[in-house]
Design a protein around this ligand. Structure first.
Ligand SMILES: C[S@@+](CC[C@H](N)C(=O)[O-])C[C@H]1O[C@@H](n2cnc3c(N)ncnc32)[C@H](O)[C@@H]1O
Ligand SMILES: [Zn+2]
Length: 346
């Protein structure tokens, strides 16, 4: 018997990862803040997330898993927790094609890519997605990224930024054919996974406007410069003379809705609060830099991250730490300015 949050569950050979407890804990705070009743746990395994959603966020969960053993365990777990709910044993994509749900959660083994089309078709108000195939998303496995997400990336000094933006970019693009505009309420990269919670607006015009926030990060492997370009816009060479590598298409818009994240911050405690504070403090620019790698290029040691952030802010730039790496920053300052700041502070 496992106790997690307010739930008690058995797993008996069905997938359960205790390392994802933090993610589910944060999800419960998020679910409590969103305006929905119905919640499809589309790849439920033991059902732990949906059961917690019922107990801790007053949702009406619907469960699904293709594995009959998982379905049996979900039913027993519902009984154990005094709950009643629909439980399906179907391919999640077929279930989602046949029926629309207010909130859909896709939490697969590895890549969510094959489920996203149907999930976008089905979800009316909210869509939550986990990806654990971070190598495909962050540029470590370039060809896998192309195959699954239709986007190109190489590994950069701030690869989690690329990875999260490739995942979001893919999901929002999959949704526009259904005239749905998806935007992240909150998103993060942690350990071996990425997680994004989207809110959905059904609107032909808003779905079109999504492409104002989709584009490319032009990355220079020599000086680490990153410059953002819109769809259709081209920039061949970096100021240093090297050729840019064009990463994308990626989501270039906000990784969160600030007011929403502030509410999550106010509701959370302990480790969750500490983590959400980092998300809350992050500036909304798509360009991130790894100070250690930047410093090695200007033959200096990396100064403390917060000192660089403070200095850039004093100079009038947007700057913050990142939630995914202690010596990475986000800023709208150009790479040359950042190099000068590093030299000045070292
Ligand atoms: C990573 S586990 C889900 C973990 C669970 N959400 C949790 O929080 O503990 C993925 C589940 O997806 C199920 N699955 C795999 N392919 C599926 C499909 N095509 N349709 C429905 N379920 C599927 C597996 O049986 C497995 O139980
Ligand atoms: Zn360059």
């Amino acid at each position: 018997m496992i106790e997690e949050g307010r739930a008690r569950i058995i797993t008996e050979g069905v997938f359960y990862n205790s390392r994802m407890k933090f993610c589910r804990d944060l999800d419960m705070v998020i679910f409590s803040e969103i305006d929905s009743a119905e919640y499809l746990d589309a790849l439920a395994a033991s059902g732990v997330r949906g059961i917690r959603a019922a107990l801790e966020a007053s949702k009406q969960p619907i469960f699904n898993d293709l594995n009959p053993k998982a379905v049996e365990i979900i039913k027993r777990n519902l009984e154990l927790n005094g709950l009643e709910a629909e439980v399906h044993c179907m391919d999640a994509s077929i279930l989602m094609r046949g029926r629309s749900f207010e909130h859909v959660d896709i939490d697969p083994f590895g890549s969510p890519a094959t489920f996203i089309d149907s999930a976008c078709f089905s979800a009316r108000k909210y869509l939550s997605v986990t990806a654990t195939d971070t190598a495909a998303l962050c540029g470590s496995a370039t060809n896998s990224g192309l195959k699954k997400y239709g986007a190109y990336a190489v590994k950069t000094d701030t690869y989690h930024e690329t990875g999260l933006r490739m995942l979001i970019g893919f999901v929002v693009r999959e949704a526009t054919k259904y005239e749905k505009a998806l935007t992240p309420l909150i998103s993060w990269a942690k350990e071996h996974y990425y997680r994004v919670h989207f809110c959905i607006r059904k609107s032909t015009s808003k779905a079109g406007e999504i492409y104002e926030k989709v584009g490319y990060i032009n990355f220079c492997p020599r000086c680490l410069r990153k410059e953002v370009t819109a769809m259709g816009e081209c920039r061949e060479r970096c100021e240093c003379g090297s050729k840019f590598v064009m990463l994308g298409p990626l989501w270039l818009g906000e990784l969160k809705q600030s007011e929403f994240v502030t509410r999550i911050y106010e509701r959370s405690e302990g480790k969750l609060r500490y983590f959400v504070e980092k998300l809350k403090e992050e500036v909304e620019v798509a360009t991130a830099y790894n100070l250690q790698q930047m410093a090695s290029r200007v033959s200096e040691r990396a100064p403390p991250t917060m000192e660089v952030v403070k200095k850039l802010r004093e100079m009038g730039y947007k700057a913050s730490k990142t939630h995914y790496c202690g010596f990475c920053i986000k800023t709208d300052a150009k790479v040359g300015v950042l190099a000068e700041v590093i030299k000045y502070l070292s």
